[in-house]
Design a protein around this ligand. Sequence first.
Ligand code: C5P
Length: 311
Amino acid sequence: MTVRVPAKVNLWLGVGPVRDDGYHDLVNVFHAVSLFDEVTAAPADALAVTAAAAPGARVAIEGVPLGGDNLAARAARLVAARLGVEPRVALAIRKAIPVAGGMAGGSADAAAALVACARLWDDPADPKLDLDALLALGAELGSDVPFALLGGTAVGLGRGERLTPVPAAGPFHWVFATADGGLSTPAVYAECDRLRSAEGVRAAWPHEPPELAAALAAGDAAALGAALGNDLQPAALMLRPSLRRTLDAGAALGALGALVSGSGPTCAFLAADAEHAADLARVLAAEGVARDTVRAHGPVPGATVLDAAAE
Ligand code: C5P
């Protein structure tokens, strides 16, 4: 049983004040892109997780935790507990999504594990775990997990887990510039709070610009590029100043939009079309402002079971 699951880029990440539970209220416009991890689940004597780079992918696989803390392992235990079975499964993760890169790779693997384990253990004649149930389990695992199940383009409120799909004509063509070493999501949120308090800025209630929804609905890449925004970007740049050069290089090459993806350090560039994306990817790599560049398009569906013929 193999499940394919996409990375995300945040088209808009409005970060509100910190809440009593330590999380921030968000207006988080997620967009799923065609950069996929695959998780294969096979019956085994005990829960085990392995991770490898997908063929041709240059991901820093050593950054993936393989113990009980692995988010996919936690997903398997959660599904098993809900269905009253033992989590006897071997999860083999093949990664193309950057590790700790701000593209929700760990959350994607957890979403894939939820779907795969539900398929393995649920009763097909009388399933207990429908999509709504999986979305709720996903929200227990992490703020970005429910979106990896849903895919497409969606706005997430609350921690980002309360999702409403957003109509988006596509495809939009993207280039992602990966960086050496990840950034810790909690550290980036903490730096965002620190910068705001140092500057005496009170976090406003987050909002989403109306231009963004209009650009998505119309499939207008130039308008979408102008409407992108990420409240975590100043914090990511403070923690990783070299990203400024990466963003500036993409903007100088005519990217329609250039921003840090989520909590970073991956940078996302919106291209006018597939050919422009190929040029951007090639030149950014040649200029040495990224560890690697990868192209992808969006929106794409969320976690999907691959049929045996496709595996
Ligand atoms: O939900 P998840 O485990 O992915 O969140 C990781 C961390 O990111 C949290 O521990 C928190 O520091 C930060 N976060 C936040 N507000 C959110 C989502 C995440 O502060 N809405």
